[in-house]
Ligand binder design. Structure first.
Ligand SMILES: Cc1cc2nc3c(=O)[nH]c(=O)nc-3n(C[C@H](O)[C@H](O)[C@H](O)COP(=O)(O)OP(=O)(O)OC[C@H]3O[C@@H](n4cnc5c(N)ncnc54)[C@H](O)[C@@H]3O)c2cc1C
Length: 288
């Protein structure tokens, strides 16, 4: 016998857990099914964690505006501390892409948020790590925030559990069957039945759509990396060695990178096959 729910949500990231919480608030029996052993292994755990009212297209902006009250109330008081922490944002552009800065200003006019178009000299003053030969100017957006993503996600988990939501980790949904009595959600560890399935599988949403025989929208999983650091940060500081940015091949390149770092730290002459790589792995590659 499959465990029975009103709603099964596939994916336990921020989209899935927020949907589960909101549905459970309305008195429905909900299960969240997540294939990883943690709920935030993918996009939700990798975000740059910024809230900017002006960001994205018109639809995104409307959704951001409609999310604001919940975020401002620290997830209806479910979060342990403030979910939004004020942080201004500096956008920068090289010569030839100044129109992107103007777009930022226009976006802020739409959302009536304060911003300022600034020249290259002022931009460098704010962020001395930028390359003056590359930079054309910047825009400061006032009124941005850091989102405490972990705090927000945990608040939803807590709220969802308080409302009886079942959260199942390590459960890969491998088939979806639409029977007359409702949906049958098949995982290796057992089946669930429900009236409604919510596809919150993030970058795998098309794969889940295919399982359900639903139309796909052209999504595919890709890997993106974001570095965040304070503006006072000096990437050329003494005794600071970069061992970062190896992207999707970090495991297979780690032995060589490890040897390179060890040789640099010990002032050794670099082996020939690694010496030629230093420009490609130096901090300068992040500076433009
Ligand atoms: C580098 C980066 C920077 C970003 N910066 C920002 C930012 O500054 N501000 C902002 O608001 N947003 C930002 N985002 C976007 C934001 O992180 C995502 O939009 C959001 O986290 C998506 O959440 P999700 O729940 O849809 O996806 P995910 O967190 O990826 O969750 C989907 C889940 O579905 C599970 N799943 C998939 N298939 C199955 C299956 N068959 N069975 C069971 N489970 C399954 C996956 O394991 C995964 O855990 C950024 C994203 C990235 C990658």
């Amino acid at each position: 016998m499959a465990d029975a729910y009103d709603v099964v949500v596939i994916g336990g990231g921020i989209a899935g857990i927020s949907a589960a919480f909101a549905v459970a608030q309305r008195g429905q029996q909900v299960a969240v099914v997540e294939r990883e052993s943690t709920l935030t292994a993918h996009s939700t755990g990798r975000s740059a964690a910024q809230f900017l009212a002006s960001y994205g297209e018109a639809t995104n902006r409307r959704l951001s505006a409609a999310s604001r009250e919940f975020l401002d109330s620290d997830a209806d008081g479910l979060a342990d501390s403030a979910v939004l922490i004020p942080r201004n944002v500096l956008w920068v552009a090289p010569a030839g892409l100044e129109d992107r800065l103007v777009e930022r200003v226009e976006a802020n006019q739409v959302t009536e948020t304060e911003c300022e178009l600034i020249d290259a000299a002022r931009t460098i003053e704010i962020c001395p790590a930028l390359d003056p030969d590359w930079l054309a100017g910047g825009v400061i957006e006032y009124g941005g925030f850091d989102i405490d993503v972990a705090g927000l996600h945990q608040a939803y988990v807590r709220g969802a559990r308080e409302r009886g939501v079942t959260i199942l980790r390590d459960r890969n949904v491998r088939n979806l069957i639409n029977k007359r009595s409702g949906w049958h959600v098949d995982t290796a560890e057992g089946s669930l039945s429900c009236d409604v399935v919510v596809n919150a599988a993030g970058a795998w949403a098309d794969e889940v759509a295919k399982l359900a025989g639903a139309e796909t929208v052209g999504m595919r999983p890709l890997r993106r990396t974001v570095f965040t650091f304070s503006t006072g940060f000096d990437p050329r500081a003494d005794d600071f060695v970069w061992c970062a940015g190896q992207g999707g091949t970090g495991i297979q390149t780690a032995p060589a990178i490890g040897r390179l770092v060890a040789a640099l730290i010990s002032d050794e002459v670099l082996p020939e096959e690694l010496a030629s790589l230093t420009p490609a792995v130096s901090p300068e590659r992040f500076m433009h």
